[in-house]
Design a protein around this ligand. Structure first.
Ligand code: SF4
Length: 319
């Protein structure tokens, strides 16, 4: 299997079909530390924009992947952090559009779009997916826990300016956390701001996978469906509440579980053993954590996973 440093997948995605991931930053390089982040905590939120990985390396890997027969429904700038922190993300978007037949997608928290150079680069996406889960400075601090120099109103104005300049499809993700931003009046305020961005689609998500903070609770599915009515266009609930019995995931989970029975490992170590991206690992560990088959152990700056007793070979399948 060819190995790449900056691209991964294609991974199956409910929203993007088979999505080739392009990862422009080291693990968890972000200007936010969202309570619901599935990649774990941001140790040092940053606003530093630079060439975290060489653009030339990204381009060479994309060409190698394509020339070895790679195909995908979308190519997505996403991965280990916030892609607009990479100073060359616009160059990568233009390259993807030129060299691959599939649409180029930018997944961004949108907070840096107040910078004219970030807006100028982001307009090269075919699809830009922004996020909005707060309605004012205080909720922004509680939900997204941004870098202290980020200002909610300025970031929102940047997203609105981007909308005016952007000719592609604009999607918006709203992430709801029970007891934090899911009260009807709070959701109404988010919906009001969402309307100012005139999104083509709105995705409503919640913490069905284990998030950065163990206290974060998902909003139940029936309530998510009711809250979706508050958005225009009506939001699509994308949180995957359904179990996946008998899927290929179970096969891979069992291999991961076998390894974690032998020794605790970090997500990075699991990724290295199985040749996966750490984002793919998060899906498997999330499923195993929810099923009670593994547990996480913070050790220093690292999170390790180990098999729990419920993860023993005799334990029944929970899903
Ligand atoms: S959810 Fe996205 S924006 Fe929030 S901390 Fe994680 S990577 Fe950053």
């Amino acid at each position: 299997m060819p190995t790449y440093q900056t691209i991964f997948g294609p991974v199956p995605s409910r929203r993007f079909g088979r999505s080739l991931g392009v990862d422009l930053t080291p693990m968890k390089t972000c200007c936010f530390d969202c309570v619901f982040c599935q990649l774990g905590p941001t140790r040092h939120p940053t606003l530093e924009r630079r060439e975290y990985v060489p653009v030339q390396t990204v381009k060479e890997e994309i060409l190698r992947w394509r020339d070895e027969g790679g195909s995908a429904d979308f190519a997505t700038l996403s991965g280990s952090g916030e892609p607009t922190l990479h100073s060359g993300f616009g160059d990568v978007l233009r390259f993807l559009k030129t060299e691959l037949p599939c649409p180029a997608v930018l997944l961004t928290n949108g907070s840096l779009l107040y910078l004219p150079e970030v807006r100028a680069a982001a307009v090269d996406a075919n699809v830009a997916k922004l996020s909005l889960s707060a309605w004012d400075a205080d909720s922004f601090r509680r939900v997204n826990r941004p870098h202290p120099d980020l200002d909610f109103d300025r970031s929102l104005a940047g997203m609105q300016a981007f909308r005016s300049a952007f000719a592609g499809r604009l999607w918006l993700e709203v992430f709801l956390v029970a007891g934090l931003n899911d009260a009807p009046d709070q959701v109404a305020r988010i919906a009001e701001l969402a309307a100012t961005l005139a999104p083509d689609k709105i995705h409503l998500n919640t913490a069905v996978r284990p998030p950065a903070e163990s206290t974060v609770q998902p909003v139940p599915q029936d309530r998510m469906e009711r809250l979706a009515d508050r958005f225009r266009p009506r939001a699509e609930v994308i949180a995957d509440f359904s179990p996946r019995p008998g899927s290929g995931v179970a096969v891979n989970e069992s291999a991961i579980l076998d390894m974690l029975r032998r020794r605790p490992c970090t997500a990075r170590q699991i990724a290295d053993v199985f040749g996966m991206h750490v984002n793919e690992v998060a899906k498997y560990t999330g499923h195993l954590l929810r099923a009670g088959r593994i547990q996480s152990l913070p050790r220093g700056d690292q999170i390790y996973y180990e098999a729990s007793r419920a993860g023993s070979p005799s334990a029944p399948e929970s899903e």
